[in-house]
Design a protein around this ligand. Structure first.
Ligand code: DC
Length: 216
């Protein structure tokens, strides 16, 4: 395994922005694993199927084409909601695992953000961050992002979404919202993007020195 940086955390915590900036800094490819679940959810909806049907979700996951991750439809509020519904099915998580494992195996390194990267996908990642912020702060960020994309949504609805998602994401049996024991917690509630990235960069640099020393 190369230098894998796992960036986990709840919805709209800032982990995506941090992951992209870390990727640019090190020149590593970045995978937003939430897009996989979003693309599956969108596909189920577009096929006119039910998000409550695990077989429909599995069929969508099994035929996922990486090009589907690039579609603007996967970045909507509806897609986020659908993603969190299909992500509860263990068979869907299994079907999406190989793609993520391949990405994590890329040399000389990779950045992956999600919920279960440091725990399930890359438990041996040399650098792990768990990025969080209060629900209100996360709702504020998500609301800005969605209204910036032209979606008409109220702050209250987004805050309600975030709370429901936190519940659903943490209620699962395999509980991917759990922070890995060896992850470093980064609470970005009071931080600007620049300050959060700077803190993340320092955490990763420390991990990198340790990793290089261990490799000899
Ligand atoms: O980070 P996001 O909002 O794009 O994630 C959308 C949903 O996908 C989230 O509610 C839970 C799920 N997800 C997951 O279960 N595991 C991941 N590694 C990434 C996302």
């Amino acid at each position: 395994m190369g230098f894998v940086i796992a960036v986990d955390g709840p919805a709209a915590s800032g982990k995506g922005t941090i992951a992209v900036k870390l990727g640019a800094l090190y020149g590593y490819p970045v995978l937003d694993s939430g897009l996989l679940y979003r693309a599956v959810g969108v596909k189920v909806l577009e096929r006119g199927q039910d998000l409550g049907d695990p077989a429909a979700a599995l069929a969508a996951a099994a035929t996922l084409d990486p090009a589907e991750l690039e579609r603007p439809e996967v970045r909507t509020r509806r897609a986020g909601e659908a993603a969190s519904r299909v992500a509860v099915y263990p068979a869907v998580r299994d079907a999406l695992r190989d793609f993520q494992l391949d990405f994590a195996a890329r040399e000389p390194g990779a950045v992956i953000d999600g919920r279960d990267i440091g725990t399930v996908i890359a438990p041996h990642a040399p650098a792990k961050l768990y990025v969080t912020a209060t629900p209100e702060t996360r709702a504020q960020r998500r609301w800005k992002q969605l209204t910036g994309q032209g979606e008409a949504v109220s702050f209250e609805d987004i805050l309600a979404d975030i709370r429901v998602r936190d519940e659903r994401d943490s209620a699962r049996a395999d509980s991917p919202m759990t922070m890995a024991a060896d992850a470093v917690l980064l609470d970005t509630t009071e931080m600007t993007i620049d300050a959060a990235f700077d803190a993340a960069r320092r955490i990763v640099e420390t991990a990198r020195s340790r990793w290089e020393t261990a490799r000899g």
